[in-house]
Write a protein that binds this ligand. Structure first.
Ligand code: SAM
Length: 431
């Protein structure tokens, strides 16, 4: 998925192309040879990934045309905000600042994080949703993720696939298995953007480069890598092989806290790797883990600022969920209200910048999280296309949402939800 809609190339200036979608123009980076004005293309994450025939494009455009505008109408009508609503005056004042585009202070951000449910929180969510609609329209990016191996050499205290978990059966998908999973996601289900994820050190760089190159040669796809810290040289090689996005959370912007929960790791290295990835040309998907012991509200505000500073194209903030086989097994998981506030705060602190993901962990703590998150400022979801035989073994935390669901069911549920909310499962956010 990322059920893209084809657009028509209006102009080409070096690698920069302008693409028209029903009268709306978006910019994209083109790396395809022989692209000409008038051609129809699919773009993902701001990259042109495929040229399609005019006949195929017109068929899709014809099918989508009415729905495209209908969905926009539903979204616009349901993302209004009434700042005169019942809420206290301090909250209204801060949210009005957010709507006006004024920068607000850390203490104002902290007071939003501290809201205790009811009308005040409702107004926060509505404001975030309104800003999401204003700057990102009704686009909702739907990526797929293939968790290719749960082997990991790191001892992060929170993580269910870390070295602490001695009881999980470890797996490592072969190149053929990975290609089969990608084929199913792309050919059977139409995904145009896939994340390949594993623990750290599960594959040699040569193997990863070979896998990425083969996928890139066979499929028109935005490939996102998520293998942890692999070093700048490996990042460069995987970029050359065809990867164009990286998903790597910095986990916490607080150096001491990070060192505490990821013993032996240094936040500076993780951050400089994300900076290097951006310089190489990768789209950055990053964020933090919410609810790790010792984390303060100020840490969370700093996390949002750091994600922004790292040029996140997509922000991923997810709740910590305790895993029985880890040292943090007795730490209570985050409550859902706290998580929604983080999502909304991220949207209003960086309204234009990024897609914001409703993570699977979020859906694990709250059955309705996808819908609520999308109505609280989020604009992206990720479906798990890992083969069912392996999915349960990628046990970051217990009882992960969608662990047993077929890809068909996940797509069906997602499309129904997006239609209900007036979101188009596309990648057409305003650049
Ligand atoms: N090795 C890669 C990396 O370091 O980015 C990707 C795999 S890592 C396991 C993926 C993400 O899972 C981490 O960024 C972390 O935030 C999340 N995660 C791990 N354990 C978790 C837990 N107990 N609760 C919620 N999220 C967790």
């Amino acid at each position: 998925m990322c059920y893209a809609i084809p657009g028509k190339v209006k102009s080409i200036d070096g690698k920069e192309v302008k693409v028209d979608y029903y009268g709306e123009e978006k910019s994209a980076v083109n790396e395809l040879k022989n692209l000409e004005v008038g051609d129809f293309v699919y773009a993902q994450g701001g990259y042109v990934i495929e040229k399609v025939s005019p006949v195929e494009a017109q068929n899709v455009l014809e099918t989508w045309k009415d729905l495209f505008f209908e969905l926009k109408g539903v979204d616009a009508a349901t993302s209004k905000v009434d700042i005169g609503a019942l809420a206290d005056s301090d909250t209204k004042k801060i949210l009005q600042k957010a709507l006006d585009g004024s920068v607000f202070t850390d203490s104002e951000a902290l007071s939003l994080l501290g809201l205790e449910g009811g009308q005040n929180s409702e107004l926060l969510y509505q404001t975030a949703n309104h800003l999401r609609q204003k700057y990102h329209d009704n686009s909702c990016c739907v990526h797929g993720i293939v968790e290719i191996s749960n082997i990991c050499g790191q001892g992060c205290l929170y993580c269910g696939i870390s070295t602490h978990n001695k009881s999980v059966v470890r797996y490592r998908m072969s190149k053929d298995e990975i290609l089969a999973a990608v084929d199913k996601a792309v050919v059977t289900h139409g995904f145009k953007s896939l994340v390949l994820q594993s623990g750290e050190g599960a594959y040699e760089v040569d193997e990863l480069a070979d896998i990425v190159r083969t996928i890139k040669e066979k499929y028109s796809l935005l490939i996102c890598i998520s293998f942890g810290e692999i070093g700048v040289e490996a990042l460069t090689r995987l970029y050359e092989a065809g990867a164009r996005a990286i998903l790597m959370r910095f986990e916490s912007s607080n150096e001491a806290l990070y060192a505490q929960v990821c013993p032996g790791c240094d936040l500076k290295n993780r951050i400089s790797e994300l900076e290097a990835a951006y310089k190489i040309g990768y789209l950055i998907m990053t964020g933090s883990l919410i609810g790790i012991p010792g984390q303060t509200g100020q840490d969370i505000v700093n996390d949002i600022k750091l994600a922004s500073k790292l040029n996140a194209e997509m922000m991923s903030f997810g709740p910590f969920i305790a895993h029985t086989q880890t040292p943090l097994k007795d730490i209570p998981s985050v409550n859902e209200e706290a998580m929604f506030k983080v999502l909304s705060l991220a949207r209003i602190m960086a309204p234009k910048q990024a897609k914001i993901l409703v993570t699977t962990a979020f859906e694990t703590i709250s059955h309705n999280a996808r819908e609520k998150g999308l109505k609280a400022g989020a604009s992206s979801v990720m479906l798990n296309v890992t083969p069912l035989a392996y999915r349960k073994l990628y046990s970051l935390y217990p009882n992960r949402a969608h662990e047993d669901e077929t890809i068909f069911k996940q797509i069906d549920d997602t499309v129904k939800l997006l239609m209900k909310l007036g979101r188009a499962p596309t990648d057409l956010s305003v650049k």
